[in-house]
Design a protein around this ligand. Structure first.
Ligand code: PHE
Length: 443
């Protein structure tokens, strides 16, 4: 890596002023946890794959994480001003090259490249985000899609073909709440110029049953692991519900939520693929559905892994617990935490650089301060030794209009006890870098 190019997975990319990928992210790109045998992320991938068998679904697990803005956003119909495109949310290599923020970045390419009936794509994805026990700037997603070809179904009747494929899927007996109609002209429209009502309804029905079966598989395994850990474990019957949603690349769209230990958990996003994606990919005769699911979230629930940083641990006390599971999914057990090391919270308060003091300086001022920049500075200094960062106070001076923020940083290693000096040194360095990079004034 030098000032005009970066090397990622062995390939070199030209950078420009958009470059905002820190070294600690670039280093982790080759890890590909979804392909590491016996790693909980890979095991979770295998469990979901078992619900979507080949040859109907073709698996793609090695796509390059470096994609174009066209692949990640434009091809999917993201508007130019969509917040996901902002530098505060996305890691850019240069103005039109980035680390994919979702597996959907490969949708159009796969539709174009092979006209198979379905696919699953598993991959590492990258987002600038907050710091806490369930967020990490790299995580893994799986995306699935199932398509039908008007030219290949009997009498060109896609609705009938989809319903007949639906008949072939297993049944389940879980409780499903699905209060809304499969499409709603204002809130969740079907693509009336491309799909008949019967087609939209059939696709929705096939999509919903397929994903409900996936949830049944995951939660049956989660329950078996819970019973192994505690024979007295009493489970509540599995409940799921469909909630209307919005994505630029599907319509109608939904999220699937699952009721688990007292909470409704959002598990995945999905919908009927926007027909323009097929049309632009040169396969206008196809139509179908797609979904995307976060693997860490599911793995945390299956294995009861309490902190997302653990997935990146190379500590044998973590990795050894999953040995053999990739070859025998039935041997899945819950994770047994090794003792929690003490945490140490430290506050940092600062004045944002006021806009009037901008004097030719390019550092961000009060108007373009973004919290994710604080998050990333803390991560780049303290790495996985930071458990969470929270805004604890915010204040605007009534006379000067200057804004002050106070963040509480919780330092805790998953692997050892940090010494006082070590924590103090880290915190001093965080303060220093905040001043250097954001031009803030420590209070
Ligand atoms: N890509 C979406 C996300 O990351 C999930 C999704 C995939 C939604 C496919 C619909 C269809 O949130």
């Amino acid at each position: 890596t030098n000032s005009t190019s970066v090397t990622i997975n062995g390939a070199s990319y030209k950078t420009d002023s958009w470059l905002n990928v820190p070294e600690n992210i670039i280093e982790k790109v080759p890890r590909r946890l979804h392909l590491q045998k016996d790693h909980p992320v890979a095991i979770t991938r295998q469990i979901i794959e078992s619900v979507f068998p080949t040859p109907t679904y073709k698996y793609h697990n090695e796509f390059n994480p470096v994609v174009t803005t066209h692949q990640n956003f434009d091809s999917l119909g993201f508007p130019q001003d969509h917040p996901g495109r902002a530098k505060s949310d996305t890691y850019y290599i240069n103005s039109n090259t980035l680390l994919r923020t979702h597996t959907s970045a490969h949708q159009a390419d796969v539709f174009r490249a092979d006209a198979s009936e379905g696919y699953l794509i598993s991959a590492d994805v990258y987002r600038r985000d907050e710091v806490d026990r369930s967020h990490y700037p790299i995580f893994h997603q799986m995306e699935g899609a199932r398509s039908w070809d008007r030219a290949k179904v009997a009498n060109g009747d896609v609705a009938a073909a989809v319903l007949s494929d639906l008949e072939k899927l297993p049944k389940h007996n879980i409780k499903v709440q699905d209060p809304n109609p499969p499409f709603h002209d204002e809130r969740n429209p079907r693509q009336a110029e491309h799909h008949s009502p019967a087609e939209a309804e059939a696709l929705a029905a096939h999509l919903k049953r397929s994903l409900e079966l996936m949830v049944v598989e995951i939660f049956t395994r989660a329950k078996a692991a819970a019973v192994k850990a505690d024979p007295n474990f009493v489970d509540e019957p599995l409940q799921v519900r469909w909630v209307e949603a919005y994505f630029p690349f599907t319509s109608p769209s939904w999220e699937l939520e699952v009721y688990y230990s007292g909470d409704w958990l959002e598990v995945l996003g999905c919908g009927v693929v926007t027909q323009d994606i097929y049309i632009n990919a040169g396969v206008p005769n196809q139509l179908g559905w797609a979904f995307g699911i976060g693997l860490e979230r599911i793995a945390m629930l299956l294995f009861q892994i309490p902190d997302i940083r653990l997935f990146w641990s190379q500590d044998e006390r973590f990795l050894n617990q999953f040995k053999g599971v990739s070859d025998n999914l039935d041997s899945l057990k819950r994770f047994v935490p090794f003792s929690k090391y003490p945490s140490c919270a430290k506050d940092v308060s600062f004045w944002l650089k006021s806009s009037s003091a901008a004097g030719g300086n390019t550092k961000p001022n009060v108007h373009d301060f973004h919290e994710n920049d604080v998050m990333e500075i803390v991560r780049s200094v303290a790495g996985d030794v930071v458990e969470d960062v929270k805004l604890v106070d915010e204040f605007t001076h009534p006379k000067t209009g200057r804004r002050s923020m106070c963040y509480r940083i919780n330092y805790r290693s998953l692997e050892r006890t940090l010494t006082n000096t070590e924590t103090n040194d880290l915190h001093d360095e965080v303060n220093k870098v905040l001043v250097e990079k954001l031009g803030v004034e420590i209070r």
